[in-house]
Design a protein around this ligand. Structure first.
Ligand SMILES: Nc1nc2c(c(=O)[nH]1)N(C=O)[C@@H](CNc1ccc(C(=O)N[C@@H](CCC(=O)O)C(=O)O)cc1)CN2
Ligand SMILES: Nc1nc2c(ncn2[C@@H]2O[C@H](COP(=O)(O)OP(=O)(O)OP(=O)(O)O)[C@@H](O)[C@H]2O)c(=O)[nH]1
Length: 424
């Protein structure tokens, strides 16, 4: 087994650069570079020296003795000065040791998985944690790394194994007359299991969490969409003017409001007549955005917006504005009146569509496998032959095993860990 190393902190230059070294040679490498190692899990300042005795850096050194470490192997950490040349010199010295090489992306985490320190779902949680940009993402990822999904999957797996045991005993007695029957509650137990999986599948997914809740501002030209867009963002992003047809392209901005990932989308004003060639293209794009939206705010005449759009009365400071009878929101983007209420109203709407704080949001792979399992279980209601029942249960269990990585292929692992960054 090679010993691997990588810069695990952010890219240089930085104040400090942490180089991690994991594998059987980590201890020897530490002793050769630093002269001696501090007691395990205690940090100490050491002079790191190359082959020729040249001082490379004065660094904080930490050694963790395996297997109770993040990777399950001996793990050395060199907390160096984070300059580009410092990091390069130390990495250069590391690569001169026999059996020591630079890590590929995700290799530390892959070793943690291979050594049984974490399962696949937890590893995916780590990946999501590293890419989390909003509080909601962080909380979902932390739940995943802490085993929230893994525990549920293990529970499902043992429920499936129990069901399989019942079927096996029927199969064992199969030829005799006083055959053991499937327990009377067998189908109910199968159905309950499938229903629980479906409940997980019905919850908001990781993609929604990553992409954010999409809010489209729509309405006729000059209804004040761009001005409101800027007011919500507290930044002059979109061009506004008294000229109708100012916005032609779609302007899209991700924002984190109260830890929730939202995407605000300003669009070209919708009109049937009088639009120039470019504006017509813009109107087409606006319509696409309306289709894709999680929520459409309609700034135009009451009742004339797209289906399901939320009525918003804009320009309430302007006496000439036509009033709406029962708008969900009333705002003036110019005076700021109603903008805070609109923000919190939007958050409330988004909360219903986004994952609940601390809930695991399933990714495509996880959801696909849970669906496979629930479909296999649903098949069971339709078959009578115990052999087929056993086969469907086996399929359901196999899906659970892929989820946690109890069963995995090299391809699948390459694909998953290859998406991690180097040093993780
Ligand atoms: N400097 C540094 N910071 C870091 C990491 C790291 O590797 N190095 N981590 C990189 O991911 C995270 C912490 N993850 C860790 C996960 C497990 C163990 C570990 O040694 N676990 C043992 C012993 C626990 C204990 O002492 O109580 C165990 O679980 O048995 C350490 C760090 C975040 N911060
Ligand atoms: N008094 C008042 N004027 C506003 C308000 N919001 C926008 N306006 C003005 O209305 C005009 C049109 O505003 P925009 O935000 O460019 O309108 P739009 O809907 O994006 O227009 P298009 O890009 O043409 O579709 C500008 O002159 C704004 O200053 C408001 O709340 N109160």
């Amino acid at each position: 087994m090679d010993t691997i190393f990588a810069l695990s902190s952010g890219s240089p230059p930085a104040a400090i650069g942490v180089i991690r070294v994991s594998g059987p040679a980590a201890r020897q490498v530490g002793i050769r570079l630093a002269g001696s190692l501090p007691a395990p899990r205690e940090a100490a300042l050491r002079s790191l020296r190359g082959d020729d005795g040249q001082l490379l850096d004065k660094a904080l050194v930490l050694f963790f003795d395996g297997p109770r470490t993040a990777t399950g192997e001996d793990l050395l950490e060199l907390h160096c000065h984070g300059g580009r040349a410092v990091i390069a010199a130390v990495q250069q010295a590391l690569s001169r040791f026999e059996g020591v090489r630079a890590a590929v992306p995700g290799e530390f985490t892959r070793r943690a998985f291979a050594n049984g320190r974490i399962d696949l779902a937890e590893a995916e949680g780590l990946s999501e944690l590293l890419s989390a940009e909003t509080e909601l993402q962080r909380r979902s990822a932390i739940a995943l790394t802490s085993g929230a999904l893994s525990r549920q999957v293990e529970q499902w797996r043992s429920a499936i194994l129990n069901l399989s045991a019942s079927v096996e005993s029927v199969l064992d007695f199969g030829d005799e007359d006083d055959v053991a029957e499937l327990p009377p509650d067998f189908t109910d137990r199968v159905a309950a299991l499938a229903a629980e999986m479906t409940r997980w599948l019905d919850r908001p997914r990781a993609e929604k969490l990553r992409e954010g809740f999409r809010i489209v501002l729509a309405g006729p030209p000059n209804s004040g969409k761009s001005t409101l867009f800027n007011a919500l963002l507290e930044e002059a992003v979109a061009i506004t003017s008294a000229e109708a047809g100012t916005t032609r392209d779609v302007i899209e901005r991700p924002v984190s409001l109260d830890g929730m990932p939202l995407v605000l989308i300003d669009t070209a004003g919708l009109r049937d007549e009088g639009a120039g060639e470019i504006e017509v293209i813009g109107i087409g794009k606006a319509q696409e955005q309306i289709e894709r939206a999680d929520c459409v705010l309609w700034l135009g005449p009451e009742g004339e917006g797209p289906d399901g759009a939320i009525e918003l009365e804009s320009r309430i400071d302007d006496a000439s504005t036509v009033r709406k009878t029962n708008p969900a929101f009333r705002v003036s983007a110019v005076t700021g009146e109603g903008v805070d209420a609109l923000r919190s109203g939007l958050l409330n709407i988004a909360r219903d569509t986004l994952p609940k704080p601390g809930d695991v949001a399933l990714n495509v792979r996880q959801a696909g496998l849970i669906r496979e399992a629930s479909e296999a279980l649903e098949q069971i209601e339709r078959v009578c032959d115990p052999l087929l029942v056993a086969e469907h249960l086996r399929l359901a269990r196999a899906a659970m095993d892929s989820l946690t990585g109890r069963a995995s292929t090299e391809d699948m692992l390459d694909n998953l860990f290859g998406r991690f960054c180097i040093g993780k």
